[in-house]
Design a protein around this ligand. Structure first.
Ligand SMILES: [Zn+2]
Length: 258
């Protein structure tokens, strides 16, 4: 029996029997995995306070021979994002991040980019100052993080839409006025838009999402954008994700962007 160890965030958790838990993690080295935590709800020493969302832990687990299930052996806290759990708006925002991750990352399909992105965004969300202590709106700060996360998760997932040229005739979108086709997953020029259903992109969307995928998360503290513009950009990306995956994201219905 080989014990494996990796850094991990909880994606979802399900109660099994009286005291057992089935935990879905996104990990640094093994992608998304499911672990069975035997007696976790009673084993205070091994797991108490270590099985929380918005917490980076180091987990140890082993594969049980014959069945494709991992047994969780130990969890230790590396980073605890306590402020996230104290603020309901930020907490709702991380449920969105987690739900998107669960849909886009398949089990055992490792993606370091997405893992590091979650870590960076959680850490930055955790450091958002409480209301009134900064000149920027609290809601805007959260929306910027959502825009950053979704833009980059699409990039790392290889599904960031094409905004640079018409997806039908390849004409360049130099003045950034092309419409967007959900079906084509990218922009279409004026001529092609007459042949296919297409919508307008939110104001400044191409600039903002482009900036997000080219920058590290420190951009989130420097950038000032008006809240309604951010809200429109996030909601466009949510629509794109729903269309692309064909899934209903429950968290999209409750967040501040809703
Ligand atoms: Zn075209």
């Amino acid at each position: 029996m080989k014990i494996l160890s990796t850094k991990a965030f909880i994606v979802s958790m399900k109660k099994m029997n009286e005291a057992d838990l089935l935990i879905n993690y996104i990990t640094e080295d093994y992608g998304r995995i499911t672990c069975f935590a035997n007696n976790a709800r009673k084993s205070r020493k091994r797991f108490l306070g270590k099985l929380e969302p918005a917490m980076l832990t180091n987990i140890k687990f082993y594969e049980k021979n014959g069945i494709s299930l991992n047994i969780l052996y130990e969890a230790d806290i590396i980073e605890d994002y306590k402020n996230i759990r104290k603020n309901v708006d930020i907490y709702i925002s991380i449920t969105k991040i987690i739900e998107i991750t669960k849909v886009l990352c398949q089990e055992r399909d490792n993606n370091h980019g997405i893992f590091n992105l979650i870590r960076a965004v959680f850490s930055s969300l955790n450091s958002i100052e409480p209301d009134n202590s900064t000149p920027f709106s609290h809601e805007g700060a959260i929306l910027k993080h959502e825009l950053y996360f979704i833009s980059n998760v699409l990039k790392f997932g290889g599904i960031f839409p094409n905004f640079t040229s018409c997806t039908l005739c390849s004409k360049k979108n130099y003045d950034r006025t092309f419409l967007f086709s959900m079906k084509r997953g990218g922009v279409v020029c004026g001529d092609c838009a007459r042949t296919i259903e297409a919508i307008s992109l939110p104001v400044n969307f191409i600039n903002l999402s482009g900036l997000m995928i080219r920058s590290d998360p420190t951009i989130l503290k420097k950038l000032t954008v008006n809240d309604s513009m951010l809200k429109n950009c996030v909601s466009f990306l949510e629509d794109f994700l729903s269309f692309y995956t064909g899934k209903v994201f429950n968290s999209f219905l409750t967040g501040i962007g809703a």
